[in-house]
Write a protein that binds this ligand. Sequence first.
Ligand SMILES: CC(=O)N[C@H]1[C@@H](OP(=O)(O)OP(=O)(O)OC[C@H]2O[C@@H](n3ccc(=O)[nH]c3=O)[C@H](O)[C@@H]2O)O[C@H](CO)[C@@H](O)[C@@H]1O[C@H](C)C(=O)N[C@@H](C)C(=O)N[C@H](CCC(=O)O)C(=O)O
Ligand SMILES: Nc1ncnc2c1ncn2[C@@H]1O[C@H](COP(=O)(O)OP(=O)(O)OP(=O)(O)O)[C@@H](O)[C@H]1O
Length: 487
Amino acid sequence: MRLSQVMKCLKDSGEMDLFTNDPEITGIEMDSRHVGKGSLFVAIKGFQADGHSFIEQAVKNGAAAVVGEEDLQMDIPYIRVADSRTSLGKLASCFYSHPSKEHKIVGITGTNGKTTTSYILKHILETAGRTCSLLGTVSYVINNEVYKPTNTTPDALQIQKMLSESMDEFVVMEISSHALEQSRTEGLQIDYGLFTNLAHDHLDYHKNMDSYFIDKKKIFSLLKKEGKAVVNLYNSWGEKMAEDLQKENVPLMMLGDENCCSIEDVQLNGKTVFILKMNDKRYKIKFPLPGYHNVYNAAMAFLTGMDMGLDPDNMIKSLASFPGIPGRFETITHPTGAKFVVDYAHTKDAFEYCLETARQQGAERIFHIYGFRGGRDQSKREEMIKVSARYSNQFYLTADDLNDETEEKMIGELHSLNEQFGNGKGQVIADRTLAIQKAWQQAKKNDWIFITGKGPESYKKPFKLPAESDLETLKFLQESGRHQGVI
Ligand SMILES: CC(=O)N[C@H]1[C@@H](OP(=O)(O)OP(=O)(O)OC[C@H]2O[C@@H](n3ccc(=O)[nH]c3=O)[C@H](O)[C@@H]2O)O[C@H](CO)[C@@H](O)[C@@H]1O[C@H](C)C(=O)N[C@@H](C)C(=O)N[C@H](CCC(=O)O)C(=O)O
Ligand SMILES: Nc1ncnc2c1ncn2[C@@H]1O[C@H](COP(=O)(O)OP(=O)(O)OP(=O)(O)O)[C@@H](O)[C@H]1O
């Protein structure tokens, strides 16, 4: 494709300056290290580095043209734009022939429930015999091939490339607020935009809840002409979102609105069973994942499936056979019958939903093992400890992924938070595997032990026990118990 053809996508928005020759463009790159002969290199001012300082390297690697924000003179075509990130999405969409058009795309945003809802939707679509790609925190799945994700929502280049490679009819993707704020979704067009909820998280990045909300709301600017918003009203931010969208005349389906679809008769002791009332019809849904939060996730997926024209009876069967998601309420039963749950909860709301679920399931004692990511939103830590102290009989604070924080600083912070807000129930055990071992050794019948925050993710540093994730630690303890004849 000639540069002038790729540039047409920017020309429309008046972002293009003149250039003198028209080379053949073999690919678009945002990382100078990936540039090859004929690439168009887009220089981005990032949080860690400035892509403009790698232009020379990109040219050495064979770049045929460069897009950037600075006023530069070069021997190859240089196109100055106001915002490289938005230009990247537009250019990539153009280069890959606007692949959003080729699929029915569901974008899911919200603080909690994106991964779960996306897995449920993929499952019900596939049960109905439809093909579905998935882009999200746990994995990217394209044409049934599974890839390790870079981000929850990949960069604009990857999005457009994967959409163009996907031969699946549907694409279900998690859309993070970071991605929306960083214009990774520029050039993407979606058929459904789902908003699950908003809760205190990522305020290191978004500064306050209002600006976090505004970034999340950007998902609806991606809707195709005939696209629809699906909003969960069972939380106050969902109500606000729906109100805003109604004012803006965005076609909207609301979970929790009597005139559309509402949840009734929820049973949570044992299996999750509830009624979804849609217009005059009532659908009885049985869902294997416990907890009220999963009622919302299943209902959001069902509502979207109904609008897609899927058969409700088929969806009900599909939901009943949902196989679960790695690291989302994954349960291992201790020899005493105690339940060990590995979960990805890392917000106050998610803690509440999880720990409350144990109460609903008849837990006599609740133990909770968790930590905080270093270098991430520190303002949420106090609220999370308070919830944990309210619901659990005892909790252990461990060193989670430290990122840029030192272990010493994190441990000091854990002690301090525990003293202030732990209600005398907390203990700092920095080694996560030893904290899990301690809980394993003291577990009794009818105890529920939650290990939260990492889900299926690997530990970033080695701990005492030979395991690389929470699940592996539990399996190690299970195996060791068997070898020692402990039943
Ligand atoms: C803070 C942040 O969000 N950073 C994201 C951002 O990176 P950046 O643009 O700042 O990159 P940078 O390292 O400063 O580099 C700037 C530019 O120089 C280029 N470069 C760099 C080096 C070089 O030698 N040559 C070169 O050309 C880079 O390719 C880049 O184009 O854009 C990248 C591409 O999209 C993201 O991968 C990266 O996510 C980082 C890794 C990250 O951890 N982000 C988290 C906060 C995040 O986005 N999380 C959400 C999920 C949140 C949730 O809901 O839980 C997500 O969507 O994953
Ligand atoms: N609808 C919901 N409301 C509140 N909490 C939820 C909901 N669904 C799941 N959770 C809790 O949040 C955790 C993360 O869920 P999930 O992975 O589906 O969310 P996510 O939005 O993809 O999160 P992340 O962006 O951090 O990957 C779950 O392990 C559970 O504890």
